[in-house]
Design a binder for this molecule. Structure first.
Ligand code: TXA
Ligand code: MG
Length: 339
């Protein structure tokens, strides 16, 4: 298959939408990372996503829609808190897991489960594509399974060239790490007359929206802790430790240890790069990320891609700060460096 790369424009959105409607695979930018889209209501189209990515079929996909009404149409139950979250964060990097409506999306999307993850992405190209295609679009990140997520069209083609019909290119993405995923299936449908009955929000994946920001909407239960380091079917299936990984051996280190560890590996002849936050303590192959979580997130995957492309055998990565705003970055670094 030849992959057509189109830059974002009205005609290219029409062409990409046509490919989607006809059951094709279209990689498109979202505000987080590039997604690998197929229409969610066609089993054969969805199966092509799993084939192209080499993704295990037990790992469900996020469905992307143009607006809240389209989201509600996919849900069997839409509790008040889902509406409140959607109103506050959509379009935006929050995926809401709800009970799925019967017969709307293919079973392959939800990996046979009774719930569906939905989001309205905040990217003009994604929104234009969804509006034009008028179908729900299942889209995981547009990379081969377990490799680094793509924040540019080049990253997409690095692992999926010849496996997708169209890549819609609108430059680098803004957030740079995936959406936060929250499960509201245990929340009551309606708040009581006195506002009683605080809904439970189960956090399934740290992401672009910090946990502290979500706490206003309910009681957060952090279900991500159990998922890390486990290859079992977790609450967010597919969130096992080894993920987002470069080809090189990646090692996590305290910021003050980076230099010594890099020098040790270089002394033994390994081509060794580093990712540091705020300032470089080593020379040569080093990527310095901003000491602010949003900017750091935007650059993180591109930095990993560059060091991988440079042919590093080893990448030493400085550990991120401990506070809530850095939780998603800590999570991705832990997964990138999982043995
Ligand atoms: O930012 C993002 O969310 C990007 C862009 C493209 O939208 N998408 C993305 O998809 O990160 P993916 O496939 O790489 O990650 C989706 C994860 C799955 O691994 C799974 O853990 C979780 O979302 N997920 C999807 N549907 C779910 C469901 N019904 N219940 C629990 N977890 C679900
Ligand atoms: Mg992914």
């Amino acid at each position: 298959m030849r992959t057509r790369r189109l830059s974002f424009s009205e005609p290219s959105v029409r062409e990409a939408a046509r490919a989607l409607v006809e059951g094709g695979l279209v990689a498109f930018p979202t505000e987080t990372v590039y997604g690998l889209g197929a229409r969610a209501d066609r089993a054969e189209a969805v199966r092509r996503i799993f084939e192209a990515k080499g993704r295990p079929s037990g790992n469900p996909l996020i469905v992307h829609v143009a607006d809240r009404a389209a989201a509600r149409a996919l849900a069997a139950e839409w509790p008040d808190v889902a509406e409140a979250l959607a109103e506050a964060f959509w379009p935006g990097p929050l995926t809401i897991v709800v009970k799925r409506a019967e017969g709307v999306v293919a079973d392959e999307v939800t990996a046979g489960g009774a719930t569906v993850g939905i989001r309205v992405p905040a990217h003009p190209a994604a929104l234009a594509l969804l509006a034009e295609a008028r179908v729900p679009v299942a889209a995981p990140s547009a990379n081969r399974s377990t490799t680094i997520s793509p924040t540019t069209a080049d990253h997409v083609q690095k692992t999926l060239d010849g496996r997708v019909d169209v890549v819609l290119d609108a430059g680098p993405t803004g957030f740079g790490i995936e959406s936060t995923i929250v499960d509201v299936t245990r929340a009551p449908m309606r708040r009581g007359p006195l506002g009683d009955g605080v809904p439970t929000l189960r956090l399934l994946r740290h992401g672009a929206i910090a946990m502290g920001v979500l706490a206003k909407f309910g009681a957060i239960e952090d279900a991500t802790i159990a998922a890390v380091g486990s290859h079992e079917r977790a609450d967010a299936p597919g969130m096992h430790a080894k993920h987002y990984a470069p080809r090189a051996k990646a090692i996590l280190a305290g910021p003050a240890e980076v230099r010594a560890i890099v020098e040790m590996h270089r002394a033994s002849g390994a081509k060794t790069g580093a990712i540091e936050i705020g300032e470089a303590t080593v020379s040569g192959l080093v990527e310095v990320l901003a000491p602010e979580p949003h900017e750091c997130a935007r650059e993180l995957y591109a930095a990993l891609h560059r060091l991988d492309d440079a042919g590093c055998d080893v990448i030493v990565i400085a550990r991120a700060p401990e506070d809530d705003a850095w939780a998603a970055i800590r999570d991705r670094l832990r997964r990138a460096t999982a043995p």
